[in-house]
Design a protein around this ligand. Structure first.
Ligand code: C2E
Ligand code: MG
Ligand code: MG
Ligand code: MG
Length: 285
């Protein structure tokens, strides 16, 4: 009996593993033609000034419209694209779409584009960015590039030149998911960036965790003394927004204001601030 059960279990595991391998190969294969078939789309999520209640930028987020599967989130294909060497094409596609969309808007809205470590270490990355700006006419200071800490880490030797090139182009550089990588401070010492994005894992429990609040306060103080701007990611509640505003965090992003969507500048809901302040109208004299 025990033997039979063990065997059955083994087969279940085997089927599961085989299924996962097949799905992975299938994804890889379909991903190889995704760029040339125009299946990579760019969605956008606004980044807002918490005090002023204005939209200052919009983050470009890749989506893959698979004909047989519908819309696929980056969590399901970016890491694979990095592993099999397809991220360069996807990244360049998103960069182009993002710059074009931002350039088409009136006013001074910036677009913030995620850059994979694999893209960042490629020799011609500076040239790729320069070309995207030239082709779309987007002013360089309206392009922000989000590097993850691992990108900066992997790049520590080879990237100094790319870094300089990007700086001299005049684009703004951000560290994404700040606080989740190794030795964040070492990176701040070696590379001059303009902006930190506090990872949403530190924002999630802000209202109930003194611990997380202390971490966020620490990041804000650090950013302040280094004269860096800060964006808090993943703001979902009015309580989180209010706490961050009190702590002096200038910019935020999250479902509270707007979920990512296909429009470069969607309607943004700033929460209850406007309606609650309109309740305290001065009484007529
Ligand atoms: P990220 O750059 O840190 O982007 C933020 C992610 O958090 C996005 O997920 C966004 O939809 C999600 N998010 C925004 N507000 C909230 C919120 O209030 N609550 C919660 N729970 N989540 C929120 P998304 O679009 O699925 O992207 C996931 C990750 O995939 C991104 O994380 C980024 O690392 C990567 N990614 C997306 N597009 C690209 C790209 O074009 N190139 C590269 N290399 N990576 C990309
Ligand atoms: Mg990002
Ligand atoms: Mg992020
Ligand atoms: Mg993140």
């Amino acid at each position: 009996l025990a033997k039979g059960r063990g065997r059955a279990r083994y087969e279940v595991f085997d089927d599961d593993l085989r299924g996962r391998i097949e799905r992975r190969l299938d994804t890889e294969l379909a991903l190889r033609t995704a760029v040339e078939r125009g299946e990579i789309e760019t969605w956008f999520q606004p980044i807002v000034d918490l005090q002023q209640q204005t939209v200052v930028a919009t983050e470009a987020l890749a989506r893959w419209r698979r004909p047989d599967r519908g819309l696929v989130a980056p969590g399901e294909f970016i890491a694979i694209a990095e592993e099999v060497g397809l991220i360069k094409g996807i990244g360049t596609t998103v960069l182009g779409q993002a710059c074009r969309a931002a350039a088409s808007l009136e006013g001074h809205l910036a677009v913030s584009v995620n850059v994979s470590p694999r893209q960042f270490v490629q020799d011609d990355f500076g040239a790729v960015v320069k070309l995207a700006l030239a082709e779309t006419g987007l002013p360089p200071d309206q392009l922000w590039l989000e590097l993850t800490e691992s990108a900066v880490l992997e790049a520590i030797d080879s990237a100094a030149r790319t870094f300089q090139e990007l700086r001299s182009l005049g684009v703004r550089l951000a560290i994404d998911d700040f606080g989740t990588g190794y030795s964040s401070f070492a990176h701040l010492k070696s590379f001059t960036v303009d902006l930190l994005k506090i990872d949403l894992t530190f924002i999630r429990d802000l209202e109930c965790s003194d611990h997380d609040r202390a971490i966020v306060e620490g990041i804000l103080r650090l950013a302040d003394s280094l004269k860096l701007d800060v964006v808090a990611e993943g703001i979902e509640t009015i309580g989180q927004r209010d706490l961050l505003t009190e702590m002096g965090c200038r910019y935020g992003q999250g479902y509270l204001f707007s979920k990512p969507g296909p429009a470069v500048l969607p309607d943004v809901d700033f929460g209850d601030m406007l309606s609650s302040s309109s309740l305290i109208r001065p009484s007529p004299k």
